[in-house]
Design a protein around this ligand. Structure first.
Ligand code: SF4
Length: 321
C-alpha cells in the first residue's frame, strides 16, 4: 500500500530532496519520523549508512547524540545535524573519560572494551569497542583473562554468562533506564497470557529477564527473527518504537510489547517540526562534531571490531544499538 504522508512529512520530503540531505532514523524513533527517513536501523547500521553519504550535502540524524557522533566520525566530510541537540543518552553520559582513566589506574594493563553506547571521549580511552551482538566475541578476541567493560551492567552480565574472561564493570551503576524497567514478573505474566509466543529480550534488560526469554538479541536480531520465523505472536522486550516498527512491517503477525511504557524520552525529543527547522536553517547549535584528535583512534577500534566479526566497515550487521 503506498505510504500516505501528512503535511509536515511532505514538507520534509520536499526539503530533503531539494537540499540533498540524507535522513537517518533510529529504530526507537516515532513512526512519523521513521516514515520520512532514507534509512531506519540500529546505531551502527546508521553510522555505516552515513559513510555512504558523499552524494549528500548534509546528514540529519534522528537519534541520540553519541550515534550522531559516530556518523560524524565515519563521514567527516559531510556535516551532521541532530533535530534536538538535547537528545542525550543517559547510559552514554554516565561513563566519562576520567572514570575510565581512574579504572585503568586501578587495573593497570587491563584492556578496556566499551559498548557503542558511549560518547566519543569515552571511546577515545578504549582499546576496543563492541555492540551488543559482538560483545562476547570482542572480549574473547583479546586473549586475556580480565577485561574492563562498560557502561551497561546488564550487557556485562550477558557477556559473563558466555565467557570465562573476568569482566570488571567500568561503572557499577551503568544501565539503560528504558531496558532496566523490564522485570521478571511482567515478563512471566505476558508469557502466561501468550504461551505460544516467541519472547525476545534486549541484552540491556536485567539478566533474569534475559534468562526467561526464548531469545536475547539486538534490535537487528529481533527484526531478523520476526521476519524469518513461522511463529505468529512475538513478545518484545525493548523500546516501544521498535515494537511499533515491527508491527507495521508484519501486519499479519502479532507483535506485543512486554511493557508498553518502555519509551526512551531522549529519542522522542525529536519531532517533525524540529526536523523542518534543521532542513530550513541548518542551525550551528544542531551540528554534531567530534574533536579531530579522537577520530583516527575511534576509526581504528571500529575496524578492530569489524575484523573480529569478519566484516568490512560498511557490511550489514545484526547488532544493536
Ligand atoms: S533506549 Fe536506553 S540506551 Fe537507547 S538511547 Fe535511550 S536511554 Fe540510551
Amino acid at each position: 500500500m503506498p505510504q500516505r504522508f501528512n503535511k509536515l512529512q511532505k514538507r520534509i520530503l520536499d526539503l530533503k530532496r531539494k537540499k540533498r540531505v540524507l535522513i537517518l532514523a533510529h529504530n526507537y524513533q516515532t513512526l512519523d519520523i521513521q516514515e520520512i527517513a532514507d534509512f531506519v536501523g540500529d546505531s551502527l547500521q546508521l553510522a555505516r549508512k552515513s559513510a555512504e553519504s558523499n552524494a549528500h550535502s548534509a546528514i540529519l540524524f534522528a537519534g541520540v547524540r553519541f550515534m550522531a557522533e559516530m556518523a560524524a566520525i565515519l563521514s567527516p566530510e559531510v556535516p551532521v545535524y541532530i533535530p534536538d541537540p538535547k537528545a542525550l543518552c543517559p547510559l552514554a553520559a554516565c561513563l566519562d573519560a576520567e572514570k575510565i582513566r581512574a579504572k585503568k589506574r586501578e587495573y593497570p594493563g587491563v584492556p578496556v572494551v566499551v559498548y557503542v553506547n558511549t560518547t566519543a571521549e569515552a571511546k577515545f580511552e578504549a582499546d576496543m569497542i563492541c555492540t551488543s551482538g559482538s560483545a562476547v566475541e570482542v572480549v574473547e578476541s583479546l586473549g586475556v583473562d580480565t577485561v574492563l567493560f562498560g557502561p551497561d551492567v546488564n550487557l556485562a552480565d550477558n557477556v559473563r554468562k558466555h565467557t570465562s574472561v573476568r569482566i570488571i564493570d567500568l561503572d557499577e551503576e551503568g544501565h539503560c533506564y528504558v531496558h532496566n524497567k523490564f522485570n521478571l514478573d511482567m515478563f512471566k505474566s505476558m508469557k502466561a497470557k501468550y504461551p505460544d509466543s516467541v519472547a525476545i529480550a534486549h541484552p540491556e534488560c536485567p539478566i533474569e529477564v534475559q534468562d526467561a526469554a526464548d531469545m536475547v538479541g539486538s534490535t537487528g536480531m529481533m527484526a531478523k527473527t520476526v521476519a524469518e520465523s513461522d511463529a505468529k505472536v512475538f513478545l518484545i522486550a525493548t523500546e516501544l518504537g521498535m515494537v511499533q516498527q515491527l508491527q507495521k512491517q508484519h501486519p499479519k503477525k502479532k507483535i506485543i510489547p512486554v511493557y508498553d511504557a518502555a519509551v526512551c524520552r531522549q529519542m522522542k525529543k525529536h519531532t517533525l517540526e524540529k526536523i523542518i527547522n534543521v532542513l530550513e536553517n541548518f542551525p550551528e547549535g544542531n551540528r554534531v562534531t567530534v574533536p579531530e584528535q579522537y577520530i583516527p583512534h575511534i576509526r581504528t577500534i571500529l575496524e578492530r571490531m569489524n575484523k573480529v566479526r569478519g566484516q568490512g566497515p560498511t557490511a550489514p550487521i545484526d547488532a544493536h544499538l
